[in-house]
Design a protein around this ligand. Sequence first.
Ligand code: ADP
Ligand code: ZN
Length: 736
Amino acid sequence: MFYLVNVLIGRAVNELDRSFSYRTEDSTIQKGMRVLVSFGASKETVGFVIDTPKRIEEDLESYQKKTNIKLSPIKAVLDEKPLLDDTMIELAKEIASYYKANLIKVLQSMLPPALKPKDSSLHKGKQRTISFVKTNPEYSLPLSKREKELYDDVLKEKNGLRKSSITKKKTLSDLLNKGALKIEEVSASSLSEIICQTMVPYDLTIEQEQVYHSVIEKQGPLFLLTGVTGSGKTEVYIRLAEYYLKQGKGVIVLVPEIALSDQIAIQFTNHFQEAVAILHSSLSDRKKYEEYQRILNGEAKIVLGTRSAIFAPVNNLSLIIIDEEHSSSYKQDSSPFYDAIRVSEMRVKREGCKLLLGSATPRVQEKAQAQRGKYTELFMNKRISPNQEKEICFVNMNDSNNLDPRKSSLLSLPLIKAVEETLQRKEQVMILINRRGFSPVFLCRECQHVALCPNCDIPLNYHKRDDTLRCHHCGYQTSSISYTCACGSHTFLKLGYGTERAYEEISQFFPSAKVLRLDSDVSSNHVRKEILESFARGEANILIGTEIIAKGLDFPKVTLACILDADSSLRIPSYLSDERTFDLISQFVGRAGRQKLKGKIILQTYVPENPIIQMAARQDYDAFYQFEIEQRKQYQYPPYTHLTRIQIKGVDLEEVINASETIKNYLMVKIKGKRFNLYGPMTPYISHINGRYYRQILLKYKSEEEADEILSSLKSLLPEIKKAEVIIDVDPQDNA
Ligand code: ADP
Ligand code: ZN
């Protein structure tokens, strides 16, 4: 007697995307556990048991003889309990099948880093801490007037003051030396320790009540909530979570990015304390592991997190909430390319829970499906605190009256004037420019050649802070000082604008203003948060940044919000560029419009008549949807069709081209007589990244069932294509 165990090897290659049989006498081995096995040349590899072991009554020898298979033994079991239960493993199989992805990739996405089947050891991540200043109750000696003031400020805060928020550094260090104040390090990941404010529950507004009751009482199970910015969606999420928690049930809440949406994290922590697990990006691997265990054993019934939190092994899952459902961050842009909304729908079917999508600007695709009846539509049209009227000004950048090139080619005259006036009134300004770095083009003065990334063939961005030239695609960087053009010249022109240059120009223009900059070059979430909080406290006059400033906190003193190049994202060749531009601008306008003071919004644009820009400035989602859905129909884009993008990449261009042709020919035969369009192989927008050449084929089709069959057969062909890598992206974010 022995058990036959199907094991998936922990390596993500096409050839290994199937299970291999091993044997064991150990009856405790279960589906969902990790095991050590020998495979090929390696003596010990981590594998994953993906089916329930099958008991074989025969003795091993006769079984092997009969089947002509030699079974290797399982060498060790790594887990005491399954890491994933049956539901989750079957979900993983469904995802792998839908996205044509390797099952091991899906399992790796589901598990916290420390448990990924590829590495068995549990890494201890470094804990990040935040310094808090507290008073020392034992201290009794007299203090100077200044010292007393600071001491009292600290005393007022139950949990102390953040060290970084104290501006009187000298007084602080005196008090620390005397021993009147002391520093305490608080783990940054344990949010709950930092929070000191107690929240008084609101009475729900009528709209909030209605949404709350609909989700609980209506059959659903799919709901789409279109709720304007500031209508109080978060409060509804909290009440719903509370309702299910009281019944001992579980809830998952997804947000696009957690460090920035911290407000929601604080509210959930305050409300649910130990019952909530917050899965944010700056958690150490160890902390992620601990939170995973808390969820698994039912201690944390509510999970708040980013995309991958959709895989949280919540017991008795009753509701999934996806906030800002239009965010592109819900679709993973690398294998297994899953979309958290699609995965949610799979969980709804498997686990019988409900799904609530919320946004001020739902994805056009989801809205269309709602209108066809797939989702129950819910609305919240009223802001909790009505906005002041906002004045919206378009500045036409083609009009020479608006620019004085001797002053600036970036800042228009109306914008300069408005900033000056705002600063005079001691109010704050926010400026959005959606590109980081100093300038996107570094041009040789002698031969007019543009400095290109050696890996990607696209222009290198000049970053002034550290005098580097950087590729924003592959991360390549080199010193700009020692950079020499192929013609031998050392002199370059820096063309175009990024946040760094805008920051510099604005600082020069308004020398008395304190200016802060925020973009993804500010790598740590912690520093990003500090910048936002510092601006919120009024410690700076101007905040300039990329789209990350369009989300985030509310700034009560901002009365001027500017977008330097409103139409930059319209120029990206993708069927989603209208939608993205609309989301970005309307969200920025919405945020800017929250404060009590009367405000102004300036949009610098080369296409002031463009309907998308116009509708976004008015935050007119309904008009946008009507416009966009017509466009989609006319050009037959989703939701009228479905897309799959097939990327072919490799270091050898010729092999890439050959593989592309092979795939195209294969597909042409398969799609014959079916309602499919095949485009390509074409050279994508960026065709050479990180030393690899890219080609792509786009499939557009009506029937998902037909596509599923064709793509599955394509996938089984892939192990034969050796010299190029083929990547299938079902429902891609882009068609370019
Ligand atoms: P949304 O997520 O829809 O943009 P928020 O959830 O941020 O809106 O809510 C906007 C503001 O209204 C927040 O400051 C929140 O604390 C407040 N708020 C929410 N619900 C209520 C209520 N029922 N009564 C009073 N204030 C509320
Ligand atoms: Zn590059």
